[in-house]
Design a binder for this molecule. Structure first.
Ligand code: FUB
Length: 326
């Protein structure tokens, strides 16, 4: 007799959390989420309801142990260049320092990406005085490759403002490409040795179909929307991301961290709530998907909760699609 599947539970329930970036540091699982504010103000397509003001760090010794909330590790008030909206962060480790990368709006209302540092993966994190020069948009995700090069992937449509950077400068009235034109890709920049600046201009990543053609902007089942994550499996680079309007987590694969990436399929079918955002991490000999939904608030889009489940690869390297409610 088969047992009934256990519904995936929120990692914590004492605060609303979202956008989990999970890493194994010092033998433990550390999760760097957004901290959703508990408010009842209206929502819009610009994401004004996502008013987050601080970050907490969560950790687990292993998947059988309790979750530790290390408390507030960075607050908006301590970031000189930021005015509001601490959206999805990521963390990285290099040369004895832990780095927290995070997006926020600057004092002109433009999303930028900043860095804060700590000697501990649990923080607290001390922000740099200014955002990374040349940075824009949202959702930074850092890959420190096996050769110790560090890449930051970023970008998000709509409230994330990626459409407004197509010329290389901020065009407040710009809209996205036509439906039959190549979709906007996430950006990638090589980080400097001290991880505090970009080496060169960010490049746009191309996501192509199995015939080598670019995924077009009207292909909302497959085109990039926000929330990039890059991990390596069997020597290949897996770029996964949210499709936004179709609410899926999907992935594409390349043998080069700069792409092009070939679209492969769906990792997670839609969750309760509008946004879907994730990370993928190996702990011991298993792989895990961290993601969020809005089940803790019974569907309020800006009151989300982080969850996780195991992720499985097929023998050919493709990822088995996960149903979040089975
Ligand atoms: O949490 C705010 C925004 O919602 C994130 O930056 C996006 O990825 C989406 O999850």
């Amino acid at each position: 007799m088969s047992s009934k599947p256990v519904p995936k539970q929120p990692l914590v329930t004492h605060i609303y959390t979202a956008d989990p970036s999970a890493h194994v540091f010092e033998g433990k699982i550390y999760i760097y989420p957004s901290h959703d504010l508990d408010h009842d103000e209206p929502s819009n397509d610009n994401g004004d309801q996502y008013k987050m003001e601080d970050y907490h760090v969560l950790s687990l010794d292993n998947f059988d142990s309790p979750v530790v909330d290390h408390g507030q590790v960075l607050h908006l008030n301590d970031i000189p260049w930021a005015s509001k909206q601490l959206w999805a962060p990521d963390a990285a480790y290099r040369n004895g320092i832990y780095y927290l990368f995070f997006p926020a709006r600057d004092h002109d209302g433009i999303f930028r990406i900043g860095v804060a540092t700590s000697t501990s993966p649990a923080g607290p994190f001390k922000p740099e005085a200014s955002y990374i020069e040349g940075s824009f948009s949202i959702d930074p995700a850092v890959l420190v490759d096996d050769d110790n090069r560090a890449y930051v992937y970023f970008g998000g449509l709509w409230g994330g403002q990626l459409e407004k950077w197509q010329t290389g400068t901020f065009e407040p009235d710009a809209s996205g490409p036509a439906a039959d034109a190549p979709a906007l890709g996430p950006r990638v920049a090589l980080l400097s040795d001290d991880m505090l600046s970009f080496q060169g201009e960010p490049q746009e990543i191309s996501i192509i179909d199995e015939n080598g053609n670019p995924i077009v902007a009207g292909d909302e089942e497959r085109r990039y929307f926000e929330g990039p994550w890059v991990h390596k499996y069997n020597g290949l680079y897996y770029l996964s991301y949210s499709t936004g309007t179709t609410h899926k987590l999907v992935y594409a694969v390349s043998d080069n961290p700069l792409g092009p990436f070939t679209f492969k399929g769906t990792i997670l079918t839609p969750v309760i709530g509008w946004t879907t955002h994730h990370s993928i991490v190996q702990f011991e000999d298993k792989w895990y998907l961290f993601y969020h939904d809005s089940s803790l608030s019974e569907g309020v889009n800006h009151k989300r909760c982080v969850k996780f489940c195991e992720l499985h690869y097929n023998e050919d390297g493709t990822i088995q699609t996960i149903d979040p409610y089975k």
